[in-house]
Design a protein around this ligand. Structure first.
Ligand SMILES: C[S@@+](CC[C@H](N)C(=O)[O-])C[C@H]1O[C@@H](n2cnc3c(N)ncnc32)[C@H](O)[C@@H]1O
Length: 271
C-alpha cells in the first residue's frame, strides 16, 4: 500500500482534530469568503475547515488520502445537514479526475504539506484553482520552538530509523524559500505569494496535556510509529517523557485543561 496513505489510515486523526475545531473555524472566518464560491479542502481530514466553510454557504469538496477520514467527514456532513459538502478520496500529488480551474479557493491546513511530492502538490493546487482565485495553506514550521507539531514530530523522528533516501520532510513547506520555489515552478511569480506567521491552538477543557500526548500516542500515525520504534529499542519512557515535557511547557491552560498555541506559516497564493 502507498506508505503515505497507510500512515494516515493507521490511527484515527479525528481524535486529534477534536482539539483543533476552534482554530479551524477561526481560520475559515479569516478568509472572508463571499458566496457563491467553490472551495477545495485538500488533506481535509474529517472536515475541521471544510465543515465551517460549508456552513458559510460555500460548495465544498474535501479530498483526503485516508479512507477512514473521508468516511468520518461524510458522516459529519450528513449529521450537520450540509448537502453542499462532500468528501472523497484522493492524493494531493495527483488530483486526477479534478478538472482544471475548478475552485475559487483551494485550502490546505496541515494537509497537503504531508504529501510526498511537494512540486507535484504545488502544481496540482495551481491547476485546479481558477485564475483570479486563491490558494491558502497552513504549514508547520521546522525548528521553531513555538510550532508545537513540528517539535512533536522532531522528537518522534529522533526515536525512529532514518527515513528512506529521497524523503522530503513535510516541514520544508514551512520554509519561505521552498514555498516560493515550489509555486514558482508551478508558474506563480513571487509577488503573488504572501507568507505570514499565524497561530493555531490545540484546546480541550477536559483533557490535560498528558491526555493530549496520550491521544497522539494512540491515534496519530507518526507518533504511533515512533512509539513502535521506541518499543523495539527500549526507549518508550524517554520518548514519552520528552513529549510530555513539550506539551507541559507549551500549555497555557490553567484550569486542568489544555490550550497549546502553535505557530504556523500561513501561505496565500493569488493564482
Ligand atoms: C494533520 S492532518 C490535518 C487534517 C485537517 N486538514 C485538519 O486540519 O483537521 C493531515 C491530513 O492530510 C492528509 N494527507 C496526507 N497526505 C495526503 C495526500 N498525499 N493527499 C491527500 N491528503 C493527504 C491525511 O490523511 C490527514 O487527513
Amino acid at each position: 500500500m502507498n506508505p503515505n496513505k497507510a500512515l494516515w489510515e493507521k490511527g484515527d486523526f479525528t481524535e486529534i482534530a477534536a482539539l483543533m475545531r476552534q482554530s479551524g473555524e477561526a481560520l475559515v472566518e479569516s478568509l472572508e469568503i463571499t458566496t457563491p464560491l467553490r472551495a477545495l479542502d485538500l488533506g481535509c481530514g474529517d472536515g475541521t475547515t471544510a465543515v465551517p466553510l460549508a456552513r458559510l454557504g460555500a460548495d465544498v469538496v474535501g479530498i483526503d488520502i485516508a479512507k477512514n477520514l473521508v468516511d468520518a467527514g461524510n458522516i459529519r456532513a450528513a449529521k450537520a445537514g450540509l448537502r453542499r459538502l462532500t468528501f472523497q478520496e484522493g492524493d494531493a500529488c495527483n488530483l486526477q479526475g479534478v478538472d482544471d480551474d475548478s475552485f475559487d479557493v483551494t485550502l490546505s491546513v496541515f494537509g497537503a504539506m504531508f504529501a510526498p511530492k511537494p512540486f507535484d502538490v504545488a502544481s496540482e493546487m495551481v491547476r485546479v484553482t481558477k485564475p483570479g482565485g486563491r490558494i491558502v495553506m497552513g504549514n508547520w514550521i521546522p525548528n521553531d520552538p513555538t510550532s508545537f507539531v513540528s517539535q512533536l514530530l522532531k522528537i518522534s523522528a529522533s526515536f525512529m530509523p532514518p527515513p528512506p533516501e529521497g524523503f522530503v520532510s513535510p516541514m520544508t513547506w514551512g520554509v519561505e524559500a521552498h514555498i516560493v520555489e515550489r509555486f514558482g515552478q508551478a508558474g506563480v511569480p513571487r509577488e503573488r505569494i504572501s507568507m505570514e506567521r499565524d497561530t493555531y491552538s490545540f484546546t480541550s477543557t477536559d483533557k490535560s496535556p498528558a491526555d493530549v500526548i496520550e491521544s497522539f500516542r494512540r491515534f496519530y500515525g507518526p507518533t504511533m510509529n515512533a512509539f513502535e520504534a521506541a518499543q523495539k529499542s527500549g526507549t518508550v519512557e524517554a520518548l514519552h517523557g520528552q513529549l510530555l515535557e513539550l506539551a507541559n511547557a507549551q500549555n497555557k491552560g490553567t484550569d486542568g485543561g489544555t490550550s497549546i498555541p502553535a505557530t504556523f506559516m500561513r501561505v496565500t497564493v493569488r493564482v
